[in-house]
Ligand binder design. Structure first.
Ligand code: ATP
Length: 472
């Protein structure tokens, strides 16, 4: 697949625009157009529905407890000291001092970066290249709170959604009366001042994450790590990513963050890269984050296992011994955490890449976006065959009925073949056409985007049929 063609289609059809395009754009920032915003919303909604409201049953068929959160983008800067971001959330950066280049690169990505000098080569490969020694560069965006721009007013735009979940762990526990294991989920913006934003929306400076922190008993943590790895891989294939293009990759010991017990990257083979790239990381974080926040805030972040206590309290008949026992393991402890952390924009880009197809139909070539129907921006287009003989009236009525429940589109402009092609490019899975026969027997045709088959269906059954076709 040709990435340039996809980028051109995304712009032409209103999936993705460069941010501030009329001013020459701004590197690392993107806007979603009318079709793109629907696609990305559907992705986030599918994630929320399938992970938070109706997650798959656990390893023993049990129900999984999940709740959501929506935290502020700016938090107390102490959060980022405790989490390790102020001290360590940085990439190594090198600059090129050569006139005409002055490039800035990530030191760990030199081999796959391109130097601005011609002919195209990797930085450091021209005789003229003068690369500096690597320096660390913190990726957090800074801002100031209030009128004074001094150190006491310094704050950061959050570089991940996860920390909002950790600092609210006790609030959620106390307000929801949850018992381990349970998960807290959040979808929202994150900001990273990436040294080298590239590959379209793949590496941006502002993006959205879909994150779960799943809290569990330390003894069960490996079981939940495996559960979430499997659940997340299946979710991508269920939404139409071919398993050939998807690769779970267990990080080697040398790659792991110092606190991580294990991390699996779920990678997708994007057309712009020779190797699969990370869509999501599923990390076993142990008790690292709760420990850090407990130490830095001085607030107790522990969990009391009331069930275990009630089962065993008779072992401690003396009040003093009972009090002592209740305050430590195995009854009171810091839970372990499994974190499936996905990028909404990266998955949107993978969905766009996966969907793009060109194929011959008769002697024409059609471009079609084969989105999974649940993700498709427009679910059905309603097309009157001609703009007369009572057809527009019936088609309008159908459109008005359907739009209460579905994102549908009314199109009466141009030849019907052209209208089908436009919907193919938008990835609309179904076209409903009102024609001469509709006037006589109240049926319409429903055209399937992929098979191109058309069936007739009574008008009264259209909504039910669409509901059935779009059900998760
Ligand atoms: P990378 O190694 O690609 O920089 P990361 O390992 O730093 O990513 P995480 O911190 O694990 O990424 O973030 C979780 C998810 O957030 C990633 O899997 C990705 O989908 C998304 N993400 C991270 N950085 C970006 C970015 N700059 N642009 C778009 N999405 C991102």
């Amino acid at each position: 697949m040709d990435m340039e063609k996809l980028v051109a289609l995304c712009r032409r059809r209103g999936f993705i625009f460069q941010s501030s395009e009329i001013y020459g754009g701004i590197n690392g920032f993107w806007d979603y157009g009318p079709l793109g915003v629907e696609l990305k919303r559907n992705i986030k909604e599918a994630w929320w529905q399938d992970m938070v409201r109706n997650p798959p049953p656990g390893p023993d068929g049990e129900e999984i407890a999940m709740v959501g959160l929506d935290c502020a983008l700016i938090m107390n800067p102490k959060v980022w000291e405790a989490s390790g971001h102020v001290g360590g959330f940085s990439d190594p950066m090198v600059d090129c001092k050569t006139e005409g280049c002055k490039g800035r690169f990530r030191a760990d990505q030199l081999a796959t970066s391109v130097c601005p000098l011609k002919p195209s080569r990797a930085p450091g490969q021209h005789d003229k290249c003068q690369l500096t020694e690597p320096r660390t560069f913190n990726l957090m965006f800074k801002t100031f709170i209030g009128a004074l721009e001094d150190a006491s007013a310094l704050a950061y735009l959050r570089p991940e959604t996860a920390q909002g979940i950790f600092v609210n762990f006790k609030n959620v526990l106390d307000s929801s009366r949850l018992k381990l294991p349970f998960g807290i989920a959040q979808v929202g913006k994150a900001f990273r001042n990436e040294i080298n934003p590239r590959n379209y929306t793949f590496r941006s400076r502002e993006f959205e994450q879909m994150e779960i922190e799943f809290f569990c008993h330390p003894d069960d943590s490996m079981k939940w790590y495996q559960y979430w790895r499997d659940v997340r891989i299946k979710w991508y294939t269920k939404l139409g990513i071919k398993s050939d293009n998807l690769r779970p990759r267990e990080q080697g010991k040398e790659e792991l963050a110092h606190y991580s017990i294990g991390t699996t990257d779920i990678e997708y083979l994007f057309p712009f890269a020779s190797e699969p790239q990370e869509l999501e990381g599923v990390a076993h974080r142990g008790a690292y984050d709760l420990t850090q926040h407990q130490q830095h805030s001085g607030k107790d972040m522990s969990y009391f296992d009331e069930d275990a206590w009630l089962r065993e309290k008779d072992k401690y008949p003396e009040a003093e011994a009972a009090k002592e026992a209740k305050s430590k393991p195995p009854y009171r402890f810091l839970p372990h955490v499994i974190e499936p952390s996905a990028g909404a924009d990266r998955f949107t880009l993978a969905v766009l890449c996966e969907a793009y197809a060109e194929e011959k139909v008769g002697d024409e070539t059609r471009t079609v976006m084969r989105f999974h129907p649940r993700l498709a921006p427009i679910k059905a287009a309603i097309l009157p065959l001609v703009n007369k003989e009572g057809m527009p009236e019936i088609a309008r009525k159908l459109y008005q009925d359907l739009k209460r429940d579905f994102n549908v589109f009314y199109d009466d402009k141009g030849a019907v073949g052209r209208r089908y092609r436009r919907q193919d490019e938008a990835g609309t899975p179904y076209c409903l056409t009102v024609d001469g026969q509709t006037i006589q027997d109240h049926t319409v045709t429903i055209r399937d985007r992929d098979s191109l088959k058309q069936e007739r269906l009574p008008l009264a059954e259209v909504a039910g049929k669409l509901r059935e076709l779009l059900r998760p």
